[in-house]
Design a protein around this ligand. Structure first.
Ligand code: ADP
Ligand code: MG
Length: 253
């Protein structure tokens, strides 16, 4: 089986700061893969590389069996064209810490704009699909609200519906609940939990360790630009092998 994500020795620096220092990992199709670790350890940068929002300096990165950001052509590495990159990006959805909704669009328009513009769906079909997705994330009846008229948890659920509307093969979550007031966290986690049961490949970066243990098949602990340890979710918590992992988990007990 071709892995959904295959990363080999990824490296990425910003100026003199080495942010990814040899990250290798594979994620299987349908797997829910968690990444935990202290802030500044490179988790967001890694997700952004998966989605070609950042380019890598070296290493191999395949998503759905295809090179990301680069391809080899007659033995030479060349960057993908904008068109190739956007084709690839369409296959990957991302939900950010800040919801990044379009402020001048209703909830429904936020969800339908991608399918209409990029996938050339008709307004009617996109609307039907969009309402169905908003229903799924518990926002039935709030189709016409603007982002300012929604709570943070509701906005984040619109963002999740918007990512789903493109029917991505892989869905990336970058700390989807860390910008929310505590009382709004659970409704978003519950939405993600339901998605996780649908068999779509997901990579979830989160500080919600109990949630990660429940929902993820495997979890990797990232620290200072490296994946220190990766294990089935239960095992990582029950029997962490590395001292750095133990130190990190201890702080949450
Ligand atoms: P995490 O998501 O684990 O908190 P990040 O990937 O956001 O970590 O950041 C890792 C390191 O890379 C941090 O030291 C951060 O300051 C740095 N960094 C991230 N993005 C940039 C950027 N665009 N330019 C310069 N430094 C960056
Ligand atoms: Mg981050």
């Amino acid at each position: 089986m071709i892995p959904a994500i295959l990363a080999r020795d990824l490296r990425k620096s910003f100026g003199s700061v080495s942010v990814l220092r040899g990250v290798s990992l594979d994620v299987q199709p349908g797997e829910v893969f968690g990444i935990i670790g202290p802030s500044g350890s490179g988790k967001s940068t890694f997700l952004r590389c998966l989605n070609s929002l950042e380019t890598i300096d070296s290493g191999d990165l395949y998503v759905n069996g295809e090179f990301v950001g680069y391809c080899f052509e007659r033995g030479n590495l060349r960057e993908l064209s904008d068109r190739e990159q956007s084709a690839q990006r369409m296959r990957i959805g991302m939900v950010f810490q800040r919801f990044n909704l379009f402020a001048h669009m209703t909830a429904l328009e936020n969800v339908t704009s991608g399918p209409i513009i990029v996938k050339k769906l008709s307004r009617v079909d996109a609307g039907e699909q969009g309402r169905h997705l908003l229903d799924q994330v518990g926002l039935a009846g709030l189709y016409d609200r603007y982002p300012v008229q929604l709570s943070g948890g509701q906005q984040q659920r619109v963002a999740i519906a918007r990512a789903m509307a493109m029917d991505p093969e892989i869905l990336l979550f970058d700390e989807p609940t860390s910008a929310l007031d505590p009382e709004l966290v659970d409704e978003v986690l519950e939405t993600i939990r339901q998605l996780a049961q649908q068999g779509r490949t997901m990579v979830v970066v989160t500080h919600e360790l109990l949630f990660a243990r429940d929902v993820c098949d495997r979890i990797a602990f990232m620290d200072q630009g490296q994946l220190i340890e990766c294990a089935p979710a239960e095992d990582l918590f029950a029997t962490p092998q590395k001292q750095r992992t133990r130190d990190f988990l201890q702080r949450f007990n």
